[in-house]
Design a binder for this molecule. Structure first.
Ligand SMILES: O=C(O)c1ccccc1NCC(=O)[C@H](O)[C@H](O)COP(=O)(O)O
Length: 217
């Protein structure tokens, strides 16, 4: 199970969360978000991770409706392994990004309001490497703490690996994983004391909960 903790803003918190077992750390590159950090800060966090020996943790830049050349510039300068597109980017946009930087892993996020929203996913097959399914909120793109209706995902079998996101916490994660079989999970506000400030004891609790999962559960 891949575990992405999103909205990291501090090098020491990135190190501590990687140490606890996160397989991916997300950095918000959306200027309107309270979790936004500039590329220079991402560079510092990524350098700290490398210095502390976290060589296999994925570093994910989260963008929304950003110009392609800006995404590439940030990704290259900060040595991101993955770009997550959280806006209304088209399959063609994803394809062009992938063509220009094939070694960059690409995740397309979808904000799910009704089951009909799932119909758009297949049109991105082949243009991205993974999907992330998040909750819909009328005014915020992500990090909302809102859950989507897990029932709508029960028959979801996308072509690419997928992450479940939206309102996940140490308290509801086992319930979610007893109903759904995502390839990964993504948490942000459910393990925070304030936007961008992670609650390390909540992150430790999350991994404690996950340790109770058995292959058949
Ligand atoms: O987290 C943000 O502030 C954010 C802002 C704009 C676009 C995306 C954003 N977050 C993307 C994520 O991947 C979050 O982890 C995801 O939305 C889940 O958040 P939460 O419901 O708080 O766990």
């Amino acid at each position: 199970m891949q575990v992405k903790i999103c909205g990291i803003t501090q090098p020491e918190q990135g190190h501590a969360i990687a140490q606890l077992g996160a397989t991916a750390l997300g950095f918000i590159c959306v200027p309107t978000s309270p979790r936004y950090i500039p590329a220079t800060q991402i560079q510092t966090i990524v350098a700290t991770l490398k210095r502390r020996g976290h060589l296999s943790v994925n570093t994910v830049g989260v963008f929304a409706n950003t110009r392609l050349d800006t995404i590439l510039e940030v990704a290259v300068h900060t040595h991101l392994t993955t770009v997550q597109l959280h806006g209304s980017e088209s399959p063609d946009f994803c394809q062009r990004l992938k063509q220009q930087q094939p070694q960059l892993s690409l995740t397309k996020a979808f904000r799910i309001r009704t089951a009909a929203d799932l119909d758009r996913i297949a049109s991105y097959d082949g243009a991205v490497d993974a999907y992330l399914l998040d909750a819909y909120h009328p005014t915020q793109l992500g990090g909302t703490g809102c859950s989507l209706d897990w029932n709508t995902l029960q028959d979801l079998h996308p072509r690419h690996p997928w992450f479940l996101a939206g309102g996940l916490t140490p308290d509801n994660i086992l319930d979610a994983l007893s109903r759904l079989r995502p390839d990964g999970i993504d948490l942000s506000s459910g393990v925070e004391t304030a936007p961008g400030i992670k609650d390390l004891s909540a992150v430790a609790d999350l991994f404690h909960q996950l340790s109770q999962l058995t292959p058949s559960s």
